[in-house]
Design a protein around this ligand. Structure first.
Ligand code: NAD
Length: 243
């Protein structure tokens, strides 16, 4: 049983945070989950979980993405979770920072979708869920130049794919989280010097009074994987931040 019973799902950046919660929840819903990441140590914590196969995958490599998807075969649900936060303003972001953010946040989605699309087209069925962000197209967030630019691009990517393939059985949606508990969030808070003060400031900007949990984002991702009348949309989940 389960909402994704028998569906083959690929999750990028599944070793921690949102990607991990999605991999765990998809598996619990009966999907045959390929949980991938570059961090093999953290990914190994998913070894032995029913319905999950872990595999190292660097989403910066088109060859690696193509090879893994050739091995998996047809993918029913693709969860694109890989992404990196670059902290800094336009003045603080170098061209290298911007190019890297584009490569990891945007082109990773292009790579996985390109490789998964032929199989989805052949079966006239497929669901793509991209982890975008409220930062970028929905809200200008201070100190998030390269991040906001590239996360806004994931909105364009999502809508373009949705428009081109809606009549061919493929849906593509975006999730725009606000602030969510994850190892990289912990690091961003520590990087600000005073962890407790930084955490308080992050919570203070959440009208709901707390930071979100990865499982709450995963609930939405599972819903979108199965939402057969929804495509091309951004789904904001941010504790009331942009309301
Ligand atoms: P995280 O940032 O803690 O973890 C990111 C994971 O990505 C790590 O496991 C890392 O090893 C992996 N990764 C990095 N480079 C990779 C590569 N080249 N190939 C494969 N995997 C790679 O997790 P998170 O904070 O849940 O973020 C996940 C996604 O959610 C990102 O796209 C992020 O931008 C987005 N997001 C997060 C928040 C938040 O507050 N945490 C808010 C909005 C959007």
């Amino acid at each position: 049983g389960g909402k994704l019973a028998g569906k083959v799902a690929l999750v990028t950046a599944a070793a921690q945070g949102i990607g991990r919660a999605i991999a765990e929840q998809a598996a619990a819903e009966g999907a045959i989950v390929w949980a991938t990441d570059i961090n093999e140590t953290a990914l190994a914590e998913l070894n032995g979980v029913e319905n999950i196969t872990t595999r190292k995958l660097n989403v910066l490599s088109n060859d690696d993405v193509k090879a893994l998807i050739a091995e998996i075969g047809t993918i029913d649900v693709l969860f694109n979770c890989a992404g990196i936060v670059h902290a800094g303003t336009l003045e603080e972001a170098t061209e290298t920072d911007l190019d890297f953010a584009y490569d990891l946040n945007v082109k990773s989605m292009w790579r996985t979708i390109s490789a998964a699309l032929p199989g989805m087209l052949a079966q006239k069925d497929g669901s793509i869920v991209n982890i975008c962000s409220v930062a970028g197209s929905i809200k200008g967030v201070p100190n998030r130049f390269a991040y906001g630019v590239t996360k806004a691009a994931t909105v364009g990517l999502t809508k373009s794919v949705a428009a081109d393939y809606v009549a061919k059985g493929i849906r593509c949606n975006g999730i725009c989280p606000g602030t969510v508990e994850s190892p990289s969030l912990q690091q961003r808070l520590r990087d600000q010097g005073d962890y407790e003060a930084a955490r308080k400031a992050f919570i203070a900007r959440q009208p709901i009074g707390r930071i979100g949990q990865p499982s709450e984002i995963a609930d939405l991702a599972i819903y979108l994987a199965t939402a057969t009348y929804t495509t091309g949309q951004m789904h904001i989940i941010d504790g009331g931040w942009v309301n």
